[in-house]
Design a protein around this ligand. Structure first.
Ligand SMILES: Cc1cc2nc3c(=O)[nH]c(=O)nc-3n(C[C@H](O)[C@H](O)[C@H](O)COP(=O)(O)OP(=O)(O)OC[C@H]3O[C@@H](n4cnc5c(N)ncnc54)[C@H](O)[C@@H]3O)c2cc1C
Length: 480
C-alpha cells in the first residue's frame, strides 16, 4: 500500500500516509477500501447511474465508533467527504470524486421496542428493512413508496408516502437521533436534548452531522391495506384530473391517492394492446378500517372507463414495494419538482402536453397527494417548511443511454418551467437534482436563516458540504 493522495475540501489534494491507512484498518470494525478492493464498487455505485464518482478512500462503517474515526480523519485532513446511506438521492451527493466516502450502508439493524411503541434504525437500513421488522407487530413508520430507498436520507429530508396523511411525515415520527458532529462529538438530538439540532435534522438533510441511529414512534398499520392501481387512457386525463383534485382535497386522512402518468408498463393486469401506450394511473392506499376504505375509494373507482382496476386488500409490505419494479437502480435519471397547493387547470394542461411527448419509455410524472396530518404541523416546527402543499409534482425522467441525456433533461426542464406559474416556489430537497444549488434557500423558505445559524454552531467549517448545502451563517447567531 502506498500513500493516498485525496481531494481536499477546497479542491486541493491532501495526503493520507500508508501507515495511517493501515492504522485505520486495525481500528475500524468495518472495512477500509480503495479502488480495486472488494466492496469499493458496491460502495460507490448509486441508484442514479448519472452519478459515476470514484472516491479516493472508502470507510465502510460498522457502527458509531467507525463513523467517529471517519469524521475525525476527514476533519483532521480537511478532506472532501461524502456520506452514504441508502444511495438513492437523485443528486448523487452520497459519493464524491477523489475524497473520502463514509459509507453507512453496512449498518442495517432495525430494533423494535414494542413496549415503548418505538423502533431504532441504523442509517444503512432501507425502507423495506424497516417495514419487515415493524410489520411483525402490525406497526409501521410513515416513509416513502420505494422499498429500496434509504431510511437515513429520506428522513433527513422529510419523508412522505402512503400513510403520511394519516400519521405525518417521517420526521414527525422521529423521537431522537444519535449524531456524530463535525468535530467527532457524539450527541443525542431530541425534543429535550440539543433541541436546535433535532429541529434542523428534521428536514435539513445531512448538513449537521452524521446520524448513526434514528428512533421513531410506531403507528398501527396493516397487515393489509386497501390499495392498488386504477389505469386509464391518457386521453381521458383532463376530466379525470379535474375530478381527482376535488376528491383528493376532500379525502379522509386515511386515503392517499397519487397520480402517475407514463407509458403503460407490461404488467400482467394491463391488457397487452395497452402496453407502451400513454396512461394515467391512480395509485391509492387506504390505511384505516376496511369498510370505510371501500366507501372512501368508491368515487375514484367510478371515474371514467378504466383499462384496469386492481384495488383490493394487499399486504402493507407488498404495497410499499409496488413501484420497485419501475424504479430499479442503474438507469440514468434526472428529476424536477414543484410543490403545489392546488392542481390548477393550467398545470393540468402543461402536464398533459408534456406526457404526450415523453422522451423515453421509462419517463413518468408523479403527483404525490400530501396534506392531512402533514399539513397540521406548523411550518416552523421542523426544518421542513412547506406544510401547505397538497400535491407534489415530481418529473421522473429516466433513460438508458448517455446519448439521450440532453433530450431527456431538456424535456424535464420544459415541463418544470411550464408548471412553475402554478407552483408555490418551494421544493422538497430530496427531489432536487445536483444542478439546483441556487434553489436551497427557496426550498427552506423562512426556515433557512435558522438552519444557517444551527449549521454555524454544529459544522462551522462546512465539513458536511456534499449535500443540498446550507452554508454556516457568517457570525454564529443564536439558533434558538
Ligand atoms: C426511486 C425513489 C423513490 C423515492 N420515493 C420517495 C418517497 O416516496 N418519499 C420521499 O420522501 N422520498 C422519496 N425519494 C427520495 C428520497 O427520500 C431521497 O432520495 C433520499 O435522499 C434517499 O435516502 P438515501 O439514504 O437512500 O440516500 P443517500 O443518497 O445515501 O443519501 C442522501 C444524502 O443524505 C445524507 N445522508 C445520508 N445518510 C446520512 C446520515 N446517516 N447522516 C447524515 N447525512 C446522511 C448525505 O448528504 C447524502 O448525500 C425517492 C427516491 C428514489 C430514488
Amino acid at each position: 500500500m502506498t500513500d493516498l493522495s485525496l481531494r481536499g475540501r477546497d479542491g486541493g489534494t491532501t495526503t493520507i500516509t500508508a501507515a495511517e491507512v493501515e492504522a485505520l484498518r486495525g481500528t475500524l470494525r468495518g472495512t477500509v477500501c480503495v479502488a480495486g478492493d472488494d466492496g469499493y464498487d458496491e460502495a460507490r455505485t448509486l441508484w442514479n447511474a448519472m452519478a459515476d464518482r470514484r472516491p479516493g478512500l472508502v470507510l465502510r462503517c460498522a457502527g458509531a465508533a467507525d463513523v467517529q474515526h471517519a469524521v475525525r480523519l476527514a476533519a483532521g485532513h480537511d478532506l472532501l467527504v461524502a456520506v452514504r446511506g441508502g444511495g438513492h438521492n437523485i443528486a448523487g451527493n452520497a459519493v464524491c470524486d477523489g475524497g473520502l466516502l463514509i459509507d453507512l450502508s453496512p449498518m442495517t439493524s432495525v430494533h423494535v421496542d414494542i413496549a415503548n411503541r418505538s423502533v431504532r434504525v441504523e442509517p444503512g437500513a432501507t425502507l423495506g428493512d424497516l417495514d419487515k421488522e415493524t410489520q411483525v407487530y402490525g406497526t409501521a413508520v410513515p416513509t416513502g413508496i420505494n422499498s429500496t430507498t434509504g431510511v437515513a436520507g429520506l428522513t433527513l429530508g422529510g419523508g412522505f408516502g402512503w400513510i403520511t396523511r394519516k400519521f405525518g411525515m417521517t420526521i414527525d415520527n422521529l423521537l431522537s437521533a444519535d449524531v456524530i458532529t463535525a468535530d467527532g462529538t457524539p450527541l443525542r438530538a431530541s425534543a429535550s436534548e440539543n433541541a436546535d439540532l433535532f429541529w434542523a435534522l428534521r428536514g435539513g438533510g445531512g448538513n449537521f452531522g452524521i446520524v448513526t441511529s434514528f428512533e421513531f414512534r410506531l403507528r398501527p398499520v396493516g397487515p393489509e391495506v386497501l390499495s392498488g392501481l386504477i389505469v386509464h387512457p391518457l386521453a381521458d386525463a383532463k376530466d379525470l384530473l379535474r375530478d381527482y383534485r376535488r376528491i383528493a382535497d376532500q379525502a379522509p386522512d386515511e386515503l392517499t391517492c397519487w397520480v402517475v402518468m407514463r407509458k403503460a408498463p407490461p404488467l400482467p393486469f394491463i391488457p397487452e394492446d395497452w402496453h407502451g401506450r400513454e396512461v394515467l394511473i391512480f395509485a391509492l392506499c387506504h390505511c384505516g378500517d376496511r369498510a370505510e376504505g371501500e366507501a372512501a375509494v368508491a368515487e375514484l373507482r367510478a371515474l371514467g372507463s378504466p383499462i384496469a382496476d386492481v384495488v383490493s386488500p394487499h399486504p402493507f409490505i407488498g404495497w410499499q414495494a409496488a413501484f420497485d419494479p419501475l424504479l430499479t437502480p442503474g438507469a440514468r435519471n434526472y428529476w424536477k419538482s414543484h410543490d403545489l397547493t392546488a392542481l390548477a387547470d393550467g398545470a393540468i394542461d402543461a402536464l398533459l402536453d408534456a406526457v404526450r411527448r415523453l422522451p423515453s419509455p421509462e419517463c413518468e410524472v408523479f403527483i404525490a397527494h400530501v396534506g392531512g396530518a402533514m399539513a397540521r404541523v406548523a411550518a416552523d416546527a421542523t426544518a421542513y417548511s412547506q406544510r401547505d402543499a397538497h400535491f407534489i409534482m415530481n418529473v421522473h425522467t429516466r433513460w438508458r443511454e448517455a446519448s439521450q441525456d440532453a433530450d431527456c433533461v431538456a424535456w424535464a426542464r420544459g415541463l418544470f418551467d411550464a408548471v412553475a406559474p402554478f407552483a408555490t416556489g418551494s421544493v422538497y430537497v430530496n427531489f432536487m437534482p445536483d444542478d439546483e444549488a441556487d434553489r436551497v434557500e427557496q426550498a427552506y423558505g423562512a426556515n433557512h436563516r435558522r438552519l444557517a445559524a444551527i449549521k454555524a454552531r454544529y459544522d462551522p467549517t462546512n465539513l458536511f458540504r456534499m449535500n443540498h448545502n446550507i452554508k454556516p451563517a457568517p457570525a454564529a447567531e443564536d439558533a434558538e
